[in-house]
Write a protein that binds this ligand. Structure first.
Ligand code: ZN
Length: 680
């Protein structure tokens, strides 16, 4: 993935979208945004973006702002206009559903008038929990398809557990249900367990927040109850696996038979849980974090039911906050927006409504988006670029001197089998069974989640659908599906300043080209090297190859571990390794492809810059971003990607960068040739 925007699932938090009106991106590089007083060899990010950083203020409703957000803003505005227009579509049509859905989220008067009544059935069900079987049943009823382990890599759910339905890692011809640890209202276990003063302060504020939400839910004695809820979550956090360990794929690939759960994870009434979750058929599950499942299950037996009821009441209201009255939304923002992201102002309502509509009916919106904004000529141009970069990657593999012929042959076979989709899926999703009711914001959001859950359950037992997309076409991102050995490049990332027919090709190679190379190389990074061409979890490397690969990978881990955005807080080289490998390999392949496309000629000087300078500056400017401290801290702890402002330093590993900018050995980013990481 290119990177993450919001860090938790939309229904809980959401650091801000949109405020400043998007300007049309200039064609070419932003020379005025550079800071030429900085030596490129000392700080390439600042050299390429320093003036932009100085003049840019992060909008009050956001935790960060940068080029990705700028393009996303423009896309959101366009999408919003299409969605509003959909209100005029014929009644009963799929497009009309989009219009009705959006209108329901925008109808704040009606949302106010209904108060918390939409939560009535959930509160009633929670109050009725009088024994452990009823608890198990309620927990099962909250299971949703809200996590993703290997594609979009979202490991967080505030529900007790999360479900991901994907190709089985041992038997790639069938789907498996993956169960993922959950239950925490804070982003990750360290928020509960880290002894630092900063984290302790966040915990105090979280307890206050839980109390305020319980009060809004109509309960009394809330501070004491909130303390017990946070205690319960702290015990859950202790059982949880950390973010880095959760990324260890072989460790996560644990097949449990249905009958194993009672013995391996005693406490929860699993049969009641599975029945309420609609999971009566599967006989085998993949339990990604067995220790967490065991620990969480034990807590359902140990912790008083009264605490569970308060915990569930808090999560019910928190989860639905975006579609509840203003008092609830404001309280939710006070914690998730202000404390966790550092924003000072909630997002404008229409941006939230666009997100919720994209979540509910994403591909219907996407169909309308691409027909207006992604002409076939752009699809063809992007596909050609993908083919060139794939070709450059092939040449790189063929010329690797350290890799054995056997491993090379397998790598080439895997590259050949890689299925690349550009713009949008070949087959659109069918939403006929999703019921949208005008004026029912809560119901529409709830039914959309259930629809998505049912859509995923329905995959079990069916053949693998290799045409399925995991991102909406109107999302500014891209993704590698490692098990499916496929790539999705949504239409929305294929626009300026990533991809622009009105500027020299070399700049496109530095921006979108590096993204394309990045995604291709995920098939060959630390996790990609675990899956063969069919997606089977089977190491296809010889021990010698693996040794070389791991040695280079360790070098890259050290390179990133050394970056220290805040005193004492370093980037996590191991947690971000796969993404950093993809950055190095992607940039190298994009560089080769740009050179190959010129057939030995030099690119013309443009804006006073040589071809190589254009290439590397375009890369560094495609990562420009400014992030508030709380959000940056959260990102370092939870994200598999290094922060955007550190990604331009990838250039240190490419030989061509040194002469292009006259980088000298005494400069901070200089690496001796032997220390430059070259994996692919
Ligand atoms: Zn990635």
């Amino acid at each position: 993935m290119r990177g993450s925007l919001p860090l938790l699932s939309l229904c809980i938090t959401v650091p801000a979208l949109v405020a400043a009106p998007p300007k049309a991106a200039p064609h070419g590089l932003d020379l005025a945004g550079m800071d030429r007083t900085v030596a490129p060899g000392d700080d390439f990010f600042a050299y390429a973006n320093g003036a932009w950083v100085k003049r840019t203020e992060i909008p009050a409703d956001r935790g960060s702002y940068g080029v990705g957000r700028e393009v996303a803003d423009l896309t959101d505005r366009r999408t919003a206009a299409l969605i509003r227009g959909a209100a005029q579509a014929p009644a009963g049509s799929e497009l009309r559903k989009v219009g009705d859905c959006y209108a329901s989220f925008m109808d704040q008067k009606r949302i106010e008038a209904r108060g918390l009544s939409p939560l009535g059935p959930a509160f009633k069900a929670i109050a009725a929990i009088q024994d452990r079987t009823q608890l198990a049943r309620y927990l099962g009823s909250t299971l949703r398809a809200d996590v993703d382990l290997l594609n979009a890599t979202n490991y967080h759910t505030a529900n007790f557990l999360g479900l991901w339905v994907a190709q089985d890692l041992d038997q790639p011809d069938q789907y498996a249900p993956f169960l993922v640890q959950g239950g925490l209202g804070l982003p990750e276990r360290s928020y509960y367990l880290d002894p630092s003063e900063g984290m302790a302060a966040v915990r105090t504020q979280y307890t206050t927040h839980v109390a305020a939400m319980l009060k809004l839910a109509g309960l009394s004695g809330v501070l004491e109850r909130a303390t017990a809820v946070v205690d319960l979550e702290t015990r859950m956090a202790k059982a949880h696996l950390g973010r880095e360990e959760s990324g260890d794929i072989p460790k996560g690939n644990n097949h449990w038979r249905r009958a194993d759960f009672a013995a391996k994870a005693p406490g929860l009434d699993w049969e009641a849980f599975f029945a309420a979750a609609g999971l009566t058929k599967p006989s085998v599950f993949v339990v990604w974090q067995p220790g967490a499942v065991t620990g969480l299950s034990a807590l359902t037996a140990e912790v008083p039911l009264s605490v569970w009821r308060d915990y569930l009441a808090f999560h019910a209201i928190q989860h639905a906050a975006p579609v509840l009255p203003k008092a609830v939304r404001d309280q939710s923002f006070a914690f998730y927006g202000k404390v966790l992201s550092g924003a000072s102002q909630p997002r404008e309502r229409w941006t939230v409504a666009v997100d919720l509509t994209n979540q509910a009916l994403g591909e219907t919106v996407g169909k309308a988006y691409v027909s207006k904004y992604f002409p076939p000529s752009e699809k063809i141009r992007a596909e050609r670029m993908v083919a060139n970069i794939k070709g450059a990657f092939r040449v790189r593999i063929e010329h690797l001197d350290w890799m054995s012929p056997a491993t090379k042959a397998k790598a080439l076979a895997k590259l050949e089998a890689l299925q690349v989709s550009v713009g949008y899926p070949d087959r659109w999703r069918d939403y006929r069974r999703l019921k949208i009711v005008p004026g029912d914001a809560f119901g529409n959001a709830d039914r959309a989640e259930r629809f998505e859950y049912a859509r995923n359950l329905a995959k079990l037992g069916k053949p693998i659908d290799r045409t399925e997309w995991v991102m909406n076409p109107q999302l500014v991102n891209a993704v590698n599906l490692p098990v499916m050995n496929a790539l999705n490049f949504p239409a929305a990332i294929l626009q300026p300043p990533f991809f622009d027919p009105k500027r020299p090709m070399v700049m496109d190679y530095g921006a979108i080209g590096a993204v394309i190379g990045h995604e291709i190389s995920h098939s060959f990074d630390d996790s990609g090297s675990l899956f063969d061409a069919t997606g089977k979890l089977e190491n296809w490397w010889t021990p010698e190859d693996l040794k070389h690969f791991q040695a280079s990978a360790d070098q890259l881990v050290k390179q990133f571990d050394a970056y220290e955005p805040f005193p004492g807080l370093h980037i996590k080289g191991k947690q971000t390794l796969g993404e950093n490998i993809a950055d190095v390999a992607g940039l190298a392949a994009a560089y080769d492809a740009y050179r190959l496309s010129l057939k030995g000629k030099e690119a013309p000087v443009v804006q006073g810059l040589t071809g190589d300078q254009q290439f590397f500056l375009s890369y560094a400017q495609s990562w420009r971003e400014k992030t508030r401290e709380p959000q940056l801290r959260q990102q370092i702890l939870t994200d598999g990607h290094a922060p955007a402002s550190f990604r331009p330093y990838t250039v240190r590993n490419l030989d061509a960068w040194y002469p292009a900018f006259g980088v000298k050995p005494d400069q901070k980013l200089y690496l001796a040739p032997a220390d430059r990481v070259k994996i692919w």
